[in-house]
Design a binder for this molecule. Sequence first.
Ligand SMILES: C[S@@+](CC[C@H](N)C(=O)[O-])C[C@H]1O[C@@H](n2cnc3c(N)ncnc32)[C@H](O)[C@@H]1O
Length: 295
Amino acid sequence: MPHRRRRAKLEPGAATSPADRVRRRYAQLAGEGAAARLPRGFERLGRVLVVRLPEEMRPDFPVLGRLYQEEIGVTTVLRHAGPVEGEWRLPRREVIAGGATETTVVAHGCRWTFDAAQILFARGNTLERARIGAEVRPDEHVADLFAGIGYFTIPAARAHPTVQVVAVEANPVSFEYLRRNVRANHVVGQVTALAGDNRRVDLPRGTFDRVLLGLLPSSLPWVGRAVELLRPTGGILHVHLLRGTREAPAETTERVRRPLEGAGARGIALALRDVKPYGPGRVHSVIDARVRPPA
Ligand SMILES: C[S@@+](CC[C@H](N)C(=O)[O-])C[C@H]1O[C@@H](n2cnc3c(N)ncnc32)[C@H](O)[C@@H]1O
């Protein structure tokens, strides 16, 4: 059970957002200067909270963890301790309050369970996950080459009971959650989950209507692999990448056009959309590429 204490009554006109209440209570303990260094935001993932606390606040992590726990009403508080690492996109996180790190996020009719200490779940991708669910048409065959815990696989499969998804995931921890999420979302008969590296997993060429390439910082190296999976009549690739905020949209689409042409794709039509800000000066974008594979 989460540990909750009665909250102190707020003064009239006092700050009322949970983050403000944490700041105010911390200021009473550690002073205004220390409280001003607290991050403005945090990420709530179900019953787990992720905060980016600076290392120099370490002596106060236990007290801060408790304040976040009480004011936000979460079971566990994790500190995001460094950049997301490697091709498996592993976050570095440490528990500063509570214990259980497994959590469930529910959005637009889908639910994803995962261990927030080991697995990334970007709140900023929520609209893109919903969009994929809205774009997928009945009877489609979809390949999700970076399936993770089913970020896109679940909304794609739930779009319509006649949709089939082949979901590939290399990280065994994520793969187990993918299987669990497929069951929990009642799409077992629609999803074929394959464990392993998508460069080596055997996938049926020329059979898919849509291929999801949800890897950052860039899924461009996989564009050729994706083109060969599309039906001869063509289909859509969703190519995720980071771009500079100063990079013109035409420059970004050009970066996608080149590998598509290199793979012999025909009838290329590209549309760029921004998913979320990604650190200073960068944006997470996705390019929808409507193409036909080589004849
Ligand atoms: C973190 S996810 C992307 C996030 C997701 N698009 C979202 O909406 O939040 C990327 C996943 O691709 C997996 N992955 C990376 N390289 C892979 C590869 N070569 N083959 C299969 N899976 C891979 C990682 O393990 C990870 O689970």
